[in-house]
Design a protein around this ligand. Structure first.
Ligand SMILES: Cc1cc2nc3c(=O)[nH]c(=O)nc-3n(C[C@H](O)[C@H](O)[C@H](O)COP(=O)(O)OP(=O)(O)OC[C@H]3O[C@@H](n4cnc5c(N)ncnc54)[C@H](O)[C@@H]3O)c2cc1C
Ligand code: SF4
Ligand code: SF4
Ligand code: SF4
Length: 391
């Protein structure tokens, strides 16, 4: 039977019956020629191991390193790529090819500026799901999983209040953070408002009122604030030591300035008071009023909050559970269970009939990772857009 392997030096397929072999850490390596075998025996074997582990994965060429790191001007000139490959050298103060690239991916994976692991894109995760509410009254932004989780935790007595955001009664679509202490309050908080919400103020109100187990919902910047207040020895730690907070994070790419969003829609002859729903999907904002209007998200770039242009955490990495739209089919919410507590409560909510769970397919997770990466590297884009002058 013909068996083939990859020569770790030249990456050619070689017959395992070849006479050119080497054993390294109990593993046998095969070569096309004496030259490759000699190079292998002399080279740092760790580099070879990376090359081998990459052989079945996506082919990554130097072009990608050039496109993502060198051309945007964020290469630190550390020399890791050049040191890892014979066909690379520094030319005109930039790493460049001096021979044929075989797309082994080593340089890309060595570079300190590339993001190459799942956890560096979306934080640590124990399990991933697609979920939707099993409660008919819940009308959520995606699958209503957030609202149903809160209902479960509240009705099972696990939390005594929830910090959520509702629409202001005075100004349509102005976010109003509240301390929900009834089923009705939790139900009316369903849906997303793409404007910063002052959730920490409501959290402090809940604590001062004596709540001791609180469900808290917010995007990463809000979750980070809770995390800091829980852990910082300065200031308010003593208050946070007395409460348990279930941190429910929302994926978040952008929020917009309220007045800007309002003016934008009014220019299109859409009054905020008539808007029933806003959704962001695939680079578009979908506004449902008497009829449906779709605009490219880039039209709203000027109203994007400055804080969001430097934010690199899409999935609220410090949460117990994170929820988002990307990755799941219409009518479902993507859920990342991060902590043991989050995972246990999520399964219990299913057992008690509050949510329905499906596994998140590989493509769904790929989409989450893709969007996570877009967010992580957006700092680099600042340079591209010329907003900062980094030399
Ligand atoms: C500002 C913002 C930006 C988002 N961007 C993305 C994105 O780029 N990609 C993506 O996949 N998902 C994004 N999401 C998450 C998505 O819109 C849904 O919130 C999530 O999928 C949960 O859906 P659901 O139906 O389970 O939630 P629901 O059951 O509808 O519950 C929604 C929860 O969101 C809370 N909420 C609404 N607006 C705010 C706000 N401004 N601040 C704090 N909490 C709020 C409500 O209190 C409610 O508890 C964003 C959400 C927000 C609020
Ligand atoms: S390490 Fe060398 S051969 Fe491999 S992708 Fe980079 S430039 Fe190409
Ligand atoms: S490894 Fe990355 S940062 Fe270092 S020189 Fe190469 S491209 Fe630049
Ligand atoms: S993009 Fe970041 S800073 Fe902006 S609202 Fe979302 S989590 Fe907060």
């Amino acid at each position: 039977m013909y068996t083939a392997d990859i020569d770790p030096i030249c990456k050619m397929h070689v017959d395992e019956k070849t006479q050119f072999k080497s054993i390294y850490k109990n593993k046998e390596y095969f070569f096309c020629s004496e030259t490759c075998k000699k190079k292998f025996d002399e080279l740092d074997k760790n580099v070879i191991r990376v090359r081998r582990s990459l052989k079945d994965k996506e082919r990554i060429s130097f072009g990608r390193l050039k496109r993502e790191i060198i051309d945007p001007g964020i290469c630190t000139l550390c020399g890791a790529c050049v040191a890892s490959c014979e066909v690379l050298s520094v030319i005109n103060r930039k790493p460049a090819l001096n021979g044929q690239c075989t797309a082994c991916g080593v340089c890309y994976n060595q570079c300190p500026r590339t993001i190459t692991t799942e956890s560096s894109l979306i934080g640590s995760v124990q399990d991933v799901f697609s979920a939707k509410s099993a409660i008919p009254e819940v009308k959520g932004q995606n699958g209503g999983a957030v609202t149903s989780m809160l209902l479960y935790a509240f009705e099972e007595g696990l939390i005594d209040s929830a910090v959520v955001t509702v629409k202001s009664a005075e100004e349509p679509w102005r976010p109003m953070p509240i301390v929900a202490q009834t089923r009705e309050d939790i139900l009316r908080s369903a849906g997303s408002i793409y404007v910063h919400s002052l959730t920490m103020e409501a959290l402090m109100t809940a604590i001062k009122r004596g709540s001791r187990s609180i469900g808290f919902v917010g995007p990463s910047c809000n979750i980070d604030a809770v995390h800091k207040m829980q852990n910082s020895p300065y200031g308010l730690l003593h208050m946070f030591m007395r409460v348990n907070i279930l941190k429910i994070g929302l994926f978040c790419m952008d929020t917009f300035n309220y007045e800007g969003l309002k003016n934008f829609l009014e220019e299109k002859e859409i009054q905020l008071s008539t808007v029933l729903e806003m959704k962001i999907r695939k680079g578009k904002i979908i506004v449902r009023a008497e009829s449906e209007h779709i605009f490219p998200l880039s039209d709203l770039d000027v109203y994007r909050n400055g804080s969001c242009t430097v934010c690199t955490d899409l999935t609220a990495e410090k949460s117990d559970l994170s929820f988002g739209g990307v990755g799941s089919k219409e009518g479902y919410t993507t859920v990342l269970a991060r902590t043991g507590l989050g995972l246990e409560l999520f399964h219990d909510a299913e057992d008690r009939g509050y949510i329905k769970i499906e596994p998140l397919g590989g493509k769904g997770l790929d989409n989450v990772l893709h969007e996570g990466k877009a967010k992580k590297v957006q700092m680099y884009m600042i340079k591209k857009r010329g907003a900062l002058h980094i030399k």
